[in-house]
Design a binder for this molecule. Structure first.
Ligand code: SF4
Length: 298
């Protein structure tokens, strides 16, 4: 059923805008992989374009909602999460997706990332992690490896990279996964799970930037930790997930790309559910009240 109660099949082509713009990403950019995986995943979770909102920050990743024929909100740098939170609270019936790059999400918007995870807002957060600021032409980002040379760090970065999976777990995300643009089948499956998850689902999406990060790994070969005999951890155990996340974060900078599900907590209520439980938020979407002429505001 779509947002207005019609029963119908949803086709992935519905998400392709019928008019320009076509993607202006560079040839070989990993961002194409995110767009493709999202277009494949949305119909499988039964979400039509009119039920979907994509909020983006600034950066090459910020163009995502221009190339997806759903509702979209291109926010300012690092601010996709607060806008997405407001939309989700006003209309919990929407499929809310926030997206941004590693600089946008882990740097400029890092504070929003921590608190949206802590509060467990019901949305999917896709971070295009290419270890660089791409749109602004290759500056060092929070996930650039130590020693990485760029225009902003010509002698090599003296900073240790941020650990997004560990940070996410510590902050309180109830779903944490990492996938890569070079692994489209896994990416689609993870995005489906993330969207179906009730709570804050964080997907660290490795996206190569062949234009400004030529020396960087292309995230191949990747290892799916769920498919590998070398790794096994209980994805419902936060402690085991933290150990696995730490291992993956260290391995990434040594050339081993570990992807898959790191943590899934299906029991923790989302922020919306918590607010409804204590009577602070009505069961019906707040947005419906604005269209109800007879609603008596208190
Ligand atoms: Fe992709 Fe990098 Fe080009 Fe941006 S600059 S579109 S991230 S390849």
């Amino acid at each position: 059923f779509n947002a207005i109660g019609e029963e119908r099949e949803i086709d992935r082509d519905e998400y392709t805008p019928g008019i320009e713009p076509q993607p202006t990403w560079c040839p070989g950019c990993g961002d194409f992989g995110v767009l493709k995986a999202l277009k494949q995943a949305l119909p499988e979770v039964g979400r039509s374009p009119e039920e979907t909102l994509v909020c983006t920050g600034i950066g090459c990743s910020g163009k995502l909602n221009s190339y997806l024929d759903s509702y979209g909100f291109h926010t300012i740098h690092g601010r996709s999460l607060p806008v997405a939170r407001a939309a989700n609270l006003a209309n919990p019936g929407l499929e809310v997706i926030a997206a941004g790059g590693d600089g946008d999400g882990y740097g400029i918007g890092g504070n929003h990332f921590i608190h949206t995870a802590r509060e467990n807002h019901d949305m999917t957060y896709i971070v295009f992690n290419n270890e660089i600021f791409g749109l602004t032409k290759g500056q060092t980002s929070p996930t650039s490896p130590k020693g990485h040379k760029s225009k902003t760090q010509p002698h090599g970065s003296a900073k240790s990279p941020i650990r997004p999976l560990s940070l996410s777990l510590t902050a309180g995300s109830s779903y944490v996964a990492r996938t890569a643009a070079v692994n489209p089948n896994q990416a689609k499956e993870i995005l489906i799970e993330a969207m179906e998850h009730d709570g804050f689902a964080h997907v660290d999406f490795l996206t190569q930037c062949p234009t400004w990060n030529k020396d960087a790994k292309q995230y191949v070969p990747y290892i799916d930790i769920q498919d590998s005999d070398d790794y096994s951890h209980d994805i419902h155990d936060r402690g085991e997930a933290a150990d696995m996340a730490q291992q993956a974060e260290e391995a990434l900078y040594e050339g081993e790309v570990l992807t898959g599900r790191f943590y899934v907590d299906d029991d923790r209520p989302s922020y919306t559910q918590e607010k409804q439980e204590i009577g602070e938020m009505p069961e019906e979407p707040l947005a419906e009240r604005y269209f109800d002429d007879d609603y008596e505001w208190e």
